[in-house]
Ligand binder design. Structure first.
Ligand code: ZN
Length: 311
């Protein structure tokens, strides 16, 4: 039996102020607000999803916003940075745009064959734009302010910061089916399936990095794609055979999920491609109403009353 992972599915982070979060991801980055839902384990908290037009797997960065939550500290034991894919000649556009909008940016770096622009959101969440030399056939996310030729295509990669790399490599290249594609300095890049942007996981073992602390501006978990329910059940069995502790399958309405913590400390999820965000509202109006999974629908009035108004 083998897992059948095809890349990154979604990445979930923690933020503080919800309005600043929405403004940053929709207006500054030009992502589409594809789903307004609640944290199913804490229905007094939103779960907000930003992605491409349909919120396709491999594009959605999602947030649990908690007003007033103190900042965490990005570091080891966490997904340290989340990279989006942009066309190869787009960094000048983005550098100018982010500095004009007073967003914190860091010097452009060369990483393998690509130029990378690191920046952070208002909570200090570490983000990157990778001007990919590989090409990325995914459609641009339509946006009023960002021309299609520079628009974000979806995720490029997730960088995990680790104190010790070997146990994580064993899980990634063992039951998860990933393979090493490149190494440079403290960074090693792994891919799965057909490779390319949205599949990459980079492992960073920089001794200068502090231990990560959870809080606003840090990643909660990284989810990987699997095509369907049967492939997910198989993946679960493979992970269990590898002595990982894996949750039962949980129905998240837009996908089904299993969770496990990799040995370096990062919470992983495997999520199905189906049914997707159009299951409970039309694609044209995604994100405009509060979407609740069926088992919470009978509590809609109380849930809505307890949530802050955001749009
Ligand atoms: Zn998730």
């Amino acid at each position: 039996m083998k897992t059948n992972l095809t890349g990154l599915h979604h990445i979930t982070a923690i933020s503080s102020d919800v309005k600043r979060n929405m403004q940053f991801y929709t207006q500054v980055l030009g992502l589409r607000f594809v789903k307004k839902s609640v944290n199913q384990d804490d229905t007094g908290t939103y779960h907000l999803y930003y992605g491409n037009y349909t919120g396709a797997p491999g594009t959605a960065l999602t947030f649990f916003p908690w007003a007033g939550l103190p900042r965490g500290r990005p570091g080891t034991g966490q997904s340290y940075a989340t990279a989006f894919s942009v066309p190869v000649d787009s960094l000048a556009f983005w550098g100018e745009r982010l500095s004009r909008l007073k967003i914190t940016t860091f010097p452009v770096e060369t990483r393998f064959a690509d130029q990378v622009l690191p920046f952070s959101d208002h909570d200090g969440l570490r983000l990157e734009l990778v001007a990919t030399t590989e090409g990325d056939p995914r459609p641009p996310t339509p946006s009023a302010e960002i021309p299609a030729e520079h628009a974000i295509r979806g995720f490029h990669s997730s960088t995990l910061a680790l104190q010790s790399v070997d146990p994580t490599v064993a899980v990634l290249t063992g039951p998860m089916g990933y393979r090493l594609v490149a190494e440079s300095g403290h960074r090693a890049r792994y891919t799965v399936a057909d490779g390319g942007p949205s599949t990459y996981v980079d492992l960073l073992t920089d001794p200068a990095l502090p231990r990560g602390l959870n809080g606003a501006g840090t990643i909660h978990h990284v989810a990987f794609r699997t095509p369907d329910d049967a492939a997910q059940v198989t993946a679960r069995q493979v992970l269990l055979q590898d002595s990982l502790q894996v949750s039962p399958v949980i129905d998240r309405a837009y996908f089904k999920s299993i969770y496990y913590r990799e040995p370096g400390g990062v919470l992983f999820e495997i999520a199905t491609d189906q049914p997707g965000f159009a299951i409970d509202e039309p694609v044209e109006t995604l994100g405009t109403k509060l979407s609740l999974p069926p088992h919470l629908e009978s509590h809609r009035a109380e849930i809505e009353a307890a949530l802050p108004r955001i749009n």
